[in-house]
Design a protein around this ligand. Structure first.
Ligand code: MLT
Length: 428
């Protein structure tokens, strides 16, 4: 391919430089387009528009490839841990043993939150959605750590802000759940690993405690790895654009949480279980519902199948499917909703209608199944997604800040009224 693209407008030819990434992805650079031509591009949803050059995550939607800092998601899910993947995403390299020991110590040291956070939490009614609580508690850290408001402080100060939110997010997530069910919160137990500590804060009951099941904590750790980053998805782009105004890390992350909340993004895993529950209540006839999904006149929408980016399969779904089978088998769970899921999966993978349209089960389809098997309630599923995506958001924010990227400010094509005179109220 040549190193530039020709653009002809009104008989004049413009050359747009073509850039090529390390995985041979190509883009033509329109940074000077409006200045040179007076014309802009338009691409609602930015499906064909790159917002940045990034060295964090590579994905190939056609080949079903996903890599964090060059390491395949398959290897990381099998051999690494969520906290090690967080280090890799944020700092760019796998840690040495010494580095990881220090990192894990630092995270464990900061899991406790200021006691006044409980006052904020208690201000939420128990019907408050955990995602709204989570984004509020993350923003509240700007009050407890005002030095975090300035993203231009020293790298040590910024790194402390990063460690703090990595450590406190599980505490916030578990406390949001406890607030919802009207239980007293559990304080973090720094003798436990990241996922075990979270599960204990979630499920320990006064005087009853909580026994960590390594199958459960291991499955959760793998789930969080699979959700840790996914290049410039909706919530990550939100974190970047909010951070591009030099708003604080915590303000940017809180914005990302709210973007993830949407049913078209992080809310999809909750929507999957709600769909399965509705099918169960209707009698569990999976063939009936898959036929409804094929009927374009039927309002039923199949959740958890296909993907905007992956055209053939979601590599995370393949890994998570095996994890789901393992967890259900090891925990000996017999759940009619999960049987319905397997019925839908069988049809989707064998019926030409779904195969031809690449409507295969995606990561959201299986993650909801595992979260349900782990005893995590549906409206906490998106919180789990946020817990997993946190290191990715941090890494992307840090890269954007480190590259001193300009404030995000897209243009538009105006299609409203032309100039018209004001008309007095009594003359309208
Ligand atoms: C994600 O992991 O963020 C979702 O698959 C959505 C996306 O990448 O667009």
């Amino acid at each position: 391919m040549s190193d530039s693209a020709e653009l002809k407008i009104d008989g004049k030819t413009y050359n747009l430089p073509i850039i090529e990434g390390t995985e041979n992805e190509k883009a033509f650079d329109i940074g000077g387009l409006r200045g040179e031509t007076g014309v802009i591009t338009i691409d609602p949803g930015y499906k064909n528009t790159g917002s940045t050059k990034s060295a964090i995550t590579f994905l190939d939607g056609e080949k079903g490839i996903l890599r964090y800092r060059g390491y395949s998601i398959e290897e990381l899910a099998e051999k690494s841990s969520f906290l090690e993947v967080a280090y890799l995403l944020i700092y760019g390299e796998l840690p040495t043993k010494e580095e990881f020991t220090q990192f894990e110590y630092d995270v464990r040291y900061h899991t406790l939150v200021h006691e006044d956070i409980k006052k904020i939490l208690e201000g939420f009614p128990s019907n408050a959605h955990p995602m709204g609580v989570l984004s509020s508690l993350v923003t509240s850290l700007t009050a407890f750590y005002p030095e975090s408001l300035d993203p231009n402080r020293s790298s040590e100060a910024v790194n402390l802000s990063i460690i703090r939110i990595l450590a406190k997010m599980p505490t916030f997530a578990a406390w949001a759940y406890k607030n919802e069910i009207g239980h007293p919160v559990n304080y973090p137990d720094n003798n436990l690993d990241y996922c075990s500590n979270f599960l204990k804060m979630m499920f320990a009951l006064p005087a009853a405690g909580y026994e960590i099941d390594p199958v459960v904590s291991g499955a959760l750790d793998k789930l969080l790895i699979l959700h840790a980053d996914h290049e410039q998805n909706c919530s990550t782009s939100t974190v970047r654009i909010v951070g591009s105004s030099q708003a604080s890390l915590y303000a940017s992350l809180s914005a990302g949480i709210n973007a993830l909340w949407g049913p078209l993004h992080g809310g999809a895993n909750s929507a999957v279980i709600n769909m399965l529950e509705n099918i169960r209540k209707d009698g569990g006839d999976t063939r009936k519902w898959m036929d409804k999904a094929k009927d374009k006149n039927d309002p039923f929408r199949l959740m958890g199948f296909g993907h905007r980016v992956y055209k053939n399969f979601d590599p995370r779904a393949r890994i998570i499917k095996k994890a789901a089978d393992d967890v259900l088998e090891k925990l000996g769970i017999n759940d009619p909703v999960l049987d319905i899921a397997k019925g839908l999966e069988h049809v989707a993978l064998n019926d030409d209608y779904f195969v031809e349209r690449k409507l295969y089960p995606n990561v959201d389809f299986y993650s909801g199944i595992i979260y349900r098997a782990l005893g995590i309630p549906v409206d906490m599923f998106t919180v789990m997604f946020a817990l997993g995506r946190l290191p990715g958001w941090i890494a992307q924010w840090k890269e954007m800040r480190g590259n001193n990227e300009p404030i995000g400010r897209p243009r538009q094509v105006y299609v409203g009224e032309n100039l018209r005179p004001y008309v007095d109220l009594n003359k309208r």
